[in-house]
Design a protein around this ligand. Structure first.
Ligand SMILES: [Zn+2]
Ligand SMILES: [Zn+2]
Length: 245
């Protein structure tokens, strides 16, 4: 009955796709149309083998396949590698989906995005080499305000798909940080010493995969990786839903 009512309502007032504003198909029950989803792009190849940053020139890796980007050569990150399922484009589908999920309270979008992450990892790395997924934590005050941690919801979905456990409270954000903005040095100073491992015995000797929604400069991921390695983790890699170019 409820479904019939929803279908009727849709006939009268078709809801628009939240990206392109064209009417959505009533059966799909998604907020974004199929055409817009198909336009979400992966991070373009070639990219830095360490941090995943796309190189401007498609020839960048032709001469030396292990060539790292300038930032990684200058100051190698604490994490072993960072990869992302999709490119974060201004006005793009992924950005809009993240906004609906994080700030619009559309938690179903989180499941959808988590499944997308699980699916896309295949061409980027081997999930089975990790022991545990670690979501990048929010400060408790921020999490209370939002009602959830987006990274934890993504990690749970990814963990379900891969049969991996999620250590949701192993890493803690002990200092409330400013909303990240600005360039790399400011971002690094902003998150310095912000993370702490709650149960070092559970990360000791383990290969960990950090999960987050967006990778921008990598300052947050790097600081998390430092804390986990200091607590005895064998290796820390990073996998995010999206990456800013
Ligand atoms: Zn659309
Ligand atoms: Zn790099």
């Amino acid at each position: 009955m409820k479904e019939l009512l929803a279908a009727l309502l849709h006939l009268i007032l078709p809801s628009p796709c939240r990206v392109c504003a064209l009417p959505l198909d009533a059966q799909r029950r998604s907020l974004i149309c199929g055409r817009c989803w198909s336009q979400a792009r992966p991070v373009p190849d070639p990219f830095c083998p360490r941090c995943g940053k796309p190189f401007v020139s498609p020839l960048a890796l032709e001469e030396s396949p292990g060539h790292h980007c300038g930032a990684c050569r200058q100051q190698p990150p604490a994490f072993a590698v960072a990869r992302a399922a999709a490119l974060y484009e201004p006005g793009g589908t992924i950005r809009q989906a993240i906004l609906l999920f994080k700030y619009g309270g559309r938690l179903s979008m989180g499941s959808h995005l988590g499944r997308l992450m699980a699916r896309e990892a295949g061409g980027l790395f081997e999930p089975r080499q990790y022991d545990l997924l670690i979501p990048v934590p929010l400060h408790p005050s921020r999490e209370r305000e939002r009602g959830f941690n987006q990274a934890t919801l993504l990690a749970k979905e990814v963990g379900r798909a891969w049969g991996l456990r999620v250590g949701a409270r192993l890493l803690r954000r002990v200092r409330a940080t400013q909303a990240q903005s600005g360039r790399r040095p400011e971002r690094e100073a902003n998150v310095k010493g912000a993370f702490e491992v709650a149960q070092p015995d559970r990360v000791e000797g383990r290969r960990l995969l950090l999960i987050d929604d967006v990778f921008t400069t990598g300052a947050t991921a790097n600081e998390c990786a430092k804390a986990l390695l200091a607590a005895g983790a064998a290796e820390v890699a990073v996998y995010t839903l999206a990456r800013v170019e």
